[in-house]
Each structure stands twice: as structure tokens, then as C-alpha cells.
Design a protein around this ligand. Structure first.
Ligand code: TIU
Length: 219
């Protein structure tokens, strides 16, 4: 299959490709979560939910593998280095009790994937303590076992967890494509810059394309 992408056509085999949705969890997308405690306007992120849902449903219908990630820490925060917890000047820190439970802690209401994109049976759900999906998760081994070589990325936020994960994947040998309208940042200029830098220099990190181009490829 082929996707009309930038900087040039992206070719993939459905059986060797996974759709990876990064951190579409309530913590970032709904008011009262980590995103808002950092001072961000979370309504910007909600805008990508319809296109992401359409893409997810089309990918499922085609029989493609789906990976969902969550930025999530153990309740005792043993996997959250003080350097991460203390960064910035949030109103609530990782592990503190907020309106949706403890911030970025596994099992709490805020840590769940939003209802519109909730995982279904057979999909991989990865809890990750870092910004990148490959750090301390076993994701690379899970994908290798399934023969996955190509990754289509969506999720939030573009320049933080999505771009970090794409760069990690690129270094591990995956051909990566970012679905431009299935990713968002709290800072529109950062999203625009991330999309540009990913596909610059002949696709130094990977490809980018609108989700319509993937839907066209899936027919
Ligand atoms: N703050 C921000 O833009 N992002 C994060 O902290 N995590 C993710 O991107 N998931």
C-alpha cells in the first residue's frame, strides 16, 4: 500500500504496520488533568478526536494492529525520577490528587484513554514512564515479535511524547509516518515546527500525511 505523504510516497504492508496512538488519555485532553495543571488550554487537543476516531476505526476495519500508550507512573512513583516530578511549576505535580484522581498515576480515572478512542480486545496498551514510548516499556520487543516494521503515529502532544516516540522508533529501524490531523500540541507553532522537522532533509525522522491519505490507501 502507498500513502501520498511528504517528503515523498510512503509504502507499507498492512500486516507489518501498526497504528500507534500516543497518550490520548484524559490527563492531557480533559480539564483537570496534567495538561491543564501545567497551565495549558486543553481544548486545543480535543479538536483532533473526530479525525483520530475515524482513522482508528478504519484501521481496525482493515485489520491493522493498534498500539495505545499512556504516560503513567506506578502509585509509589518509583518510576518517576525527581527530575521529572519537580520540573516546571505545575499547580499539581505527578502523583498529587486532582479532580480525576492522582496525576499521571496508573489506574486513576485521569490516566484512562478517552472514551471515544478506548482500546478494544487484542490491541496493545503500553504504560510508559517517559515521554518516549520505547523507554522502559518493552514495546520494541512486542513489535518485533509481531514482525512490525512500519509505524503510523498520532496522539499528543506533537512535540513532546509523539516526536520523542517517533525519534526513538526511527533509531530502532522503523519507517515512521505522522498523521498530521491526528496529532496536536498546546502550542500550534510547536506542532507546525515538529511536522516540518520530521519530514525535512528527505524525511530525517520520517514522513507526514493527512489522515485522508491513509483512508484513501485503505480504500
Ligand atoms: N506537556 C506536554 O506537552 N506533554 C506531556 O507532558 N506528555 C505528552 O506529550 N504525552
Amino acid at each position: 500500500m502507498q500513502i501520498e505523504a511528504q517528503p515523498f510516497t510512503y509504502e507499507f504492508d498492512l500486516a507489518k504496520t501498526a497504528l500507534v496512538l500516543i497518550d490520548m488519555q484524559r490527563d492531557f485532553i480533559e480539564p483537570g488533568g496534567f495538561g491543564e495543571t501545567l497551565g495549558n488550554d486543553v481544548s486545543l487537543l480535543e479538536a483532533i478526536v473526530p479525525a483520530t476516531k475515524t482513522t482508528l476505526e478504519a484501521w481496525r476495519a482493515a485489520g491493522g494492529l493498534v498500539v495505545h500508550t499512556r504516560e503513567a507512573h506506578k502509585p509509589d512513583l518509583s518510576d518517576c525520577p525527581p527530575a521529572k516530578r519537580n520540573r516546571g511549576n505545575p499547580t499539581l505535580r505527578i502523583g498529587d490528587a486532582g479532580p480525576m484522581g492522582r496525576i499521571l498515576v496508573m489506574g486513576e480515572p485521569g490516566n484512562q484513554i478517552i472514551e471515544a478512542l478506548a482500546p478494544v480486545e487484542g490491541e496493545i496498551v503500553v504504560d510508559k514512564p517517559g515521554k518516549g514510548a520505547f523507554y522502559a516499556t518493552g514495546l520494541h520487543e512486542m513489535l518485533k515479535r509481531r514482525g512490525i516494521t512500519h509505524l503510523l503515529f498520532g496522539g499528543v502532544t506533537t512535540e513532546v511524547c509523539v516526536q520523542t516516540s517517533m525519534r526513538e522508533a526511527n533509531d530502532r529501524g522503523y519507517d515512521c509516518l505522522l498523521l498530521e490531523d491526528c496529532t496536536e500540541s498546546y502550542f500550534p507553532a510547536f506542532k507546525a515546527a515538529a511536522v516540518e522537522m520530521i519530514r525535512a532533509q528527505g524525511g530525517i525522522v520520517g514522513w507526514t500525511a493527512p489522515s485522508a491519505a491513509l483512508l484513501a490507501a485503505l480504500g
